[in-house]
Write a protein that binds this ligand. Structure first.
Ligand SMILES: Cc1cc2nc3c(=O)[nH]c(=O)nc-3n(C[C@H](O)[C@H](O)[C@H](O)COP(=O)(O)OP(=O)(O)OC[C@H]3O[C@@H](n4cnc5c(N)ncnc54)[C@H](O)[C@@H]3O)c2cc1C
Length: 445
């Protein structure tokens, strides 16, 4: 029996890869004409643009690199990814490298010195909450204001909230900041000392895929996964509380293992013969806006630095880099390709205008050399991490219907984006393995 994976986003592909490497031959259906979901690239003229500015985050510790290193042979990481050099924050007339540990935070000069000390107290408070697995329904802002009052530090923390939750600190949940700590229960004298004295820099956590973002799903497909594109799963057939297969274009495909990577809220509508009873995430659609600019010559040398401008009006920050610093082939020879993203939180044209002001701030007189401009709106994750809608509220991968599982960014897991997708895939596989042992679900037919 071939397991069926519905959707070829990172959640679906990561699960399919694990299944493949464990002796299954998954059948993947994708409703769009392309695979990768929100993790893909396409051509605009002679430029190759990604679906938003992406890095492979948590490059040394995250679940997605872990999954690739575990299941794809031959130094996959080293051969296919280029490390970011530096990650810079800009606030007013100050800039500095993003701190990756407490010792860097102490030296982080875009914040007033007194605030840095308070910030460390705040981090320790977060760590304690994480270690104790504290479930909190206060917004990030309500926690933060106990320690921090200065505008600069609030702007900075607000930028982190937009980046990790997709909304401002006044609406956002703390869970995204706590998730690693909750998972690893890391708070000890040793942990704090290690972080105070660590030599690690933030750059080690951010990698860009050679060939563009599409390289990531392509690496998965190279392992023998095949995606049936342009095939929307219309029904999931259930009988006696157990999944029996799916219907695509009126044709029935039999299977007793079905993994769903679409929006969980749509899953309710396509199940026939059973009732789905899982936690339904409170959905709030949110999208990111990316401005892509092609330049007719090399107009700046950023040397693999990415820059994030913190907005002093508490708006979503603008984060950009030259993708051609990582792979020159993404633009015609001698040209450069630059992208800048932010969460779409105001009228689109107004946001594009503000983004152009940021580009001007970073690259004065850039306009004279633009030979390609492309504005793109993409969904960043399936649901917004607002307060009251955090990891504690998302559904587990195993559903009440035997053999039916859910993965992707609206299911429970650690991290965000691709990291979260890989984590949900690992969690899903644990459930499948367990169920195979307990029941007659099997991989032979
Ligand atoms: C601007 C921007 C920047 C980002 N930056 C980063 C970053 O730096 N690092 C990072 O890791 N992540 C980043 N992300 C987030 C990341 O792209 C997404 O979180 C991730 O790709 C979501 O994957 P998913 O599998 O949950 O969902 P999706 O990609 O939405 O995949 C779901 C798939 O299921 C298919 N589908 C749905 N229903 C059906 C059906 N009935 N039948 C068949 N197919 C179906 C859909 O067509 C889709 O292909 C960013 C996103 C944006 C927009």
């Amino acid at each position: 029996m071939r397991p069926i994976v519905i959707g070829s986003g990172m959640g679906g592909l990561a699960t399919a890869l694990i299944l493949k490497k464990n002796g299954f031959d998954p059948l993947i259906f994708e409703k769009e004409k392309f695979w990768g979901g929100s993790f893909t690239s396409y051509k605009v003229g002679n430029y190759t643009v990604d679906t938003g500015m992406h890095f492979l985050t948590r490059g040394t510790t995250g679940e997605l690199p872990k999954l690739m290193k575990k299941y794809i042979d031959g130094d996959v990481f080293e051969k296919n990814f280029v490390e970011q050099n530096k990650y810079m924050f800009y606030l007013g007339d100050k800039s500095d490298i993003v701190p990756a540990n407490l010792s860097e935070l102490l030296k982080f000069k875009i914040l007033p010195f007194r605030d840095r000390l308070k910030f460390i107290k705040l981090v320790l408070y977060f760590l304690r909450m994480g270690r104790e697995n504290t479930k909190t329904d206060l917004t990030s802002y309500e926690h933060v204001k106990k320690y921090i009052r200065s505008d600069k530090t609030l702007y900075f923390l607000n930028a982190l909230s937009w980046m990790s939750n997709g909304c401002s600190m006044k609406e956002g949940s703390l869970s995204r900041f706590l998730d690693t700590f909750i998972k690893e229960r890391r708070l000890s004298v040793g942990f704090v000392m290690k972080h105070l004295t660590s030599k690690r820099r933030a750059k080690e956590e951010e990698w860009y895929p050679i060939g563009g973002l599409i390289t990531v799903p392509r690496l998965f497909l190279n392992e023998g996964l095949k995606v049936e594109t342009g095939k929307k799963v219309e029904k999931i057939i259930v009988a006696d509380g157990m999944v029996r297969g799916v219907e695509v274009g009126g044709k029935f495909y039999k299977s007793d293992i079905v993994i769903y990577d679409g929006l969980v809220k749509n899953l309710y509508n396509i199940i026939e013969g059973g009732k789905l009873e899982i936690k339904e995430p409170k959905y709030e659609e949110y999208q990111a806006l990316t401005l892509w600019l092609g330049f007719d010559k090399k107009i700046a040398d950023w040397n693999r630095v990415s820059k994030l401008k913190v907005m002093e009006n508490m708006g979503s920050p603008h984060w950009g880099f030259f993708v051609t610093d990582f792979d020159p082939k993404l633009a015609p020879p001698g040209h450069q390709l630059f992208g800048i993203s932010g969460i779409l939180h105001k009228e689109k044209n107004l946001m594009v205008k503000e983004m152009k002001e940021t580009v001007e701030y970073f690259i004065p007189d850039y306009e004279k050399h633009v030979d390609m401009e492309h504005v793109q709106v993409c969904r960043a994750e399936k649901t917004l991490h607002k307060n009251g809608n955090n990891i504690f509220y998302l559904p587990e991968q195993k559903t009440n219907i035997k053999g039916l599982y859910v993965v992707g960014t609206d299911t429970k897991g650690w991290g965000s984006g691709g990291t979260l997708c890989a984590d949900t895939a690992f969690r899903c596989w644990e459930y499948i393995k367990n169920d195979i042992n307990l029941t007659n679900l099997n991989n032979s037919d």
